[in-house]
Structure formats: C-alpha cells, structure tokens
Design a protein around this ligand. Structure first.
Ligand code: CP
Length: 328
C-alpha cells in the first residue's frame, strides 16, 4: 500500500522505532540517527593506498543506481559502497533506458522492483522525486536521495559533517562559512540542516545577491554578501560552484573574473580565517572561479578527504536501510 501523502519526508524516512527506511533529507533526520550514521561511516574509513574495508552485510541485496543528472563522485561511491558490502549493483544507463521511449519514472521503478532491486538510489533534477518514489515502493525497497534539484543532497551533507568532525569535533564552538551559489545549492541546504542538528556555533552563508537564499529559509544562519566579513575567523570554509544548470536567467550573475575577485576562496583571503581553517568543496570544482587552485591543493584543503569519506558514508547508509527493510 502506498504511504499516505500527509507524511512528511522526515516521517517517511524513519520507521516508528527510529530505524532508517529511506534517506530523503537531513531536514528533520533525528540527531541520534545522524550521529549513528557518522559513527558507522567512520568505521568504514580506509586510507587511500590501503585495502578498502569490506563486509558481507549486503550479500543477496541489489542496489539500483538511477542517475537522471550527471555525477562522478556520488554515483561511483554508491557503486563502490554497495560492492564493498557484498551487494549486486545495477547502474542503469538512463540515456539508453526506456525512459527515452516515454516510460514514466514510476513504471521504471516498478520494473526494477519486480527484479528485486532492494535499494533505489535516485538523482533527479526535479524537486520531490525521491519522496514521490518512496511513497510508492513496496515494503522491501528503500529509496536513497543522491541529489535532488536544488533541494537536498543528504549523503553529501553527511560526508561534509563527517569531514568536519574528523578535524574539528566541537561543533558548538565552530564558525562555518559556506560561500558561493547558495540559492541554487542542494549541497548548502543539506550541510546547513545537518549543522543545525549538531548545534553549530555560527553558520555564515556568503554569496552575491543574485545567488543569496531567502533569509526565511535559514533563520539560524547569518547571510552576508561580503566574503571578507564572512571568512574572518572561520574554522571551516566551504566553496560552492555556480550551479549554471539550475539558473534560468543569468541577469545579475557576475562574470568569471568579477566572481573570483569578490567570492573566490584564495590563499590571500584565507589569511584572515583561523590559522587551522579547513577548506572544503563538494566537487566538481571550477578552479579559478570559486576556488584558487593553490587552495584546492594546499595544506588547508580537505577536499580529497571528503571524497574518501563519501564511500564510507554511503556504506553506512546502505547498511542502515538494509537492516530495517522488510524482506520477503
Ligand atoms: N558532490 C557531488 O554530488 O558530485 P557529483 O555530481 O560528481 O556526484
């Protein structure tokens, strides 16, 4: 039976006993589950160059990766995460799938469900698609949001929180600055929701006015248009790319040189942040626009650590939903 339309995404994703049925959003995910996912992911960290951690907890399960938007990091890490837990992984090539012949997304899901795909990993350009699918799947299927419009990217949010925690675990005393195209960024939204749940000391959202969010959406954050003010004494600086694929009208969007001059995270700008500031970027990066190459490759950068953490976070999420699914 379909889940009632009245259930919020947060209610839809956790069972009555608190276990994780789906992962749709970090907005409303309870703190206990969020911390459990970070702790579980930490267990799966292996340093690049060492053998990856493997377990058999998903043996017999099948994961379907359905990416209706481009991806490198998220798709590859869900694929590796599933295989390292012993699952079968199906990477549907959506460009040659029957979606191109007019099949609806639900009929595509029902088709995969009939093949016993247990976990549907969905990336889509339209808001609400992962929750829509979650309302219609059978009891044994879990839906994981792998990036939804400008709304939500929960596994990215989790890997960002894990990366911060590894370097600076005292969230209540942190100043976190997110700089860039906040308005169109699902990464910023999921990071902000997770940071709020962990009671971050101060969250600053920095962007030109054409990329600023509505203040009503982030009452717990400080919204500024001056990077100099935004970066001062920051413990964490996260740079975001301009999400051109989601910007209908480019009026008011600064040109590349102007953008880098005012909003690019550069070595010079970082001198007023905390001496041990960490610099993050979810990727893909545009060097010389939102971040200087020397910063991306420099001593403050934790960008490759974020990528490593991405596999571990997705292993943790897969393991949690698999353990709560009602299997036949
Ligand atoms: N950060 C992120 O979602 O990257 P991809 O688009 O490469 O998956």
């Amino acid at each position: 039976m379909d889940a009632p339309e009245t259930l919020t995404e947060a209610q839809l994703q956790q069972n009555d006993d608190g276990s994780l049925r789906h992962l749709l959003t970090l907005d409303g995910l309870d703190r206990g589950m969020l911390v459990d996912l970070l702790d579980t992911a930490q267990f799966y960290i292996a340093e690049p160059g060492s053998m990856p951690v493997r377990r058999d907890t998903l043996r017999g399960r099948t994961i379907g990766n359905l990416f209706f938007e481009p991806s490198t990091r998220t798709r590859a890490s869900f694929d590796l995460a599933g295989r390292r837990l012993g699952a079968d992984v199906l990477n549907l090539d959506v460009n040659t799938s029957s979606r191109k012949k007019g099949e609806s997304i639900l009929d595509t899901i029902y088709t995969l469900e009939a093949m016993h795909v247990d976990v549907m990993v969905i990336r889509d350009a339209s808001a609400g698609v992962p929750a829509y699918i979650a309302r219609h799947v059978k009891d044994f299927v879990s839906v994981l949001n792998a990036g939804e419009a400008d709304t939500s990217h929960p596994t990215q949010g989790l890997l960002d929180l894990l990366t911060i925690r590894q370097h600076k675990p005292d969230f209540e005393n942190l100043v976190v600055t997110i700089v860039g195209d906040i308005r169109h960024s699902r990464v910023a939204r999921s990071a902000a929701h997770g940071l709020k749940t962990l009671d971050v000391g101060e969250l600053r959202l920095v962007s030109p006015s054409a990329m600023a969010p509505d203040a009503d959406e982030f009452p717990f954050a400080t919204i500024v248009d001056d990077l100099h003010a935004g970066i001062r004494d920051a413990d964490v600086v996260m740079a975001l790319r301009i999400q051109r694929e989601r910007i209908g009208n480019l009026d008011g969007i600064p040109g590349i040189d102007e953008y880098f001059a005012n909003y690019g995270v550069s070595e010079e700008r970082l001198t007023i942040a905390k001496p041990d500031v960490i610099v993050m970027h979810p990727g893909p990066m545009n060097r010389g626009i939102e971040i200087e190459g020397a910063v991306a490759d420099g001593p403050h950068s934790v960008i490759t650590r974020q990528v490593t953490n991405g596999v571990a976070v997705r292993m943790a999420v897969l393991e949690r939903v698999a353990s709560s699914a009602k299997l036949r």
